[in-house]
Design a protein around this ligand. Structure first.
Ligand SMILES: NC(=O)c1ccc[n+]([C@@H]2O[C@H](COP(=O)([O-])OP(=O)(O)OC[C@H]3O[C@@H](n4cnc5c(N)ncnc54)[C@H](O)[C@@H]3O)[C@@H](O)[C@H]2O)c1
Length: 254
């Protein structure tokens, strides 16, 4: 559907990263106004400037309640409403055996990947209710649906947000607020390079080859392929979609 984002106001977390940036750009290109956020101000401010008047860049640490609230306030102040949030910020954490992860390593991943999403939802809800409905899209992963050796904190966190999404979909559906997860498979970007290099230091290419061998399409997916699904779920084209997981994984889970 062309211009399905026309007139929508969307806030994005992790907007300086691969999937977040591609989604902010695609939503903007289809007519949305976007509040693009990430930990540091400068990359998202630069991106917003390069896009134009319907984009604002803002530093938001998703683990901080007030930062999430500032993101929503920015949407209301600049664009007068909020129609959707793409709660996409996430970290891979450390790769290694289950029992070798420190308490701090577990807590850091959960702080961003679970509580960051929770705080984003809590901040967005009053504004979405005022709009009279909306769309919440949470970036989970194939790691939210399948286990993976060496990635326990990450996999646990990405399963947790699927559960959170299902509860929210049941609670908020009656108010016209749809909640879904985007579940990418391995994406050809920074995060996978980090996971590959941590899994076998100095031999990341071999790890990449073993992942690729398990993907029927024979390649990682792209940031843009993930963005296309995120934008669809944020748009009215997905008006019947609520409470589900949306894979963009080249067939990895098949
Ligand atoms: N890359 C993959 O293969 C893959 C696969 C499945 C799911 N995902 C998920 O997709 C999402 C986006 O990741 P990506 O692939 O674009 O990687 P990325 O590392 O390029 O992007 C993640 C972004 O989140 C930001 N971020 C991290 N902690 C933050 C915090 N506390 N507050 C605000 N922003 C913070 C980072 O600065 C970064 O820009 C993540 O949730 C990730 O877990 C990625």
């Amino acid at each position: 559907m062309m211009n399905s984002m026309e007139g929508k106001v969307i806030a994005v977390t992790g907007g300086a990263g691969g999937i977040g940036e591609a989604t902010a750009r695609m939503a903007y290109g289809q007519g949305a106004s976007v509040v693009i956020t990430d930990r540091e101000a400068s990359p998202v401010e630069t991106m917003a400037k390069s896009l134009g008047d319907r984009a604002v860049g803002l530093a938001v640490d998703v683990t901080q309640r007030q930062d999430n609230e500032r993101m929503v306030t920015a949407a209301l102040e600049h664009f007068g409403r909020l129609d959707g949030v793409f709660l996409n910020a996430g970290i891979e954490g450390e790769v290694g055996p289950f029992e070798s992860r420190s308490d701090a390593a577990w807590e850091k991943v959960f702080a961003v990947n679970i509580h960051g999403v929770r705080l984003g939802v809590e901040a967005a809800l009053p504004a979405l209710r005022k709009t009279g409905g909306g769309s919440i899209v949470i970036t989970s992963s194939v790691a939210g649906l399948r286990g993976a050796s060496g990635l326990s904190p990450y996999v646990s966190s990405k399963h947790a947000v699927v559960g959170m999404m299902r509860c929210l979909a049941a609670e908020l559906g009656p108010e016209g607020i749809r909640v879904n997860t985007l579940n990418p498979g391995p994406v050809d970007n920074r995060m996978m390079r980090s996971i590959e290099d941590q899994a076998n230091p100095g031999h990341g290419k071999e790890v990449q080859a073993s992942f690729t061998a398990r993907i029927p399409l024979g390649r990682y997916v792209t940031n843009e392929e993930c963005a296309a699904m995120a934008v669809f779920l944020l748009s009215d084209a997905a008006s019947g979609c609520n409470g589900d997981t949306y894979l963009v994984d080249g067939g990895y889970c098949a």
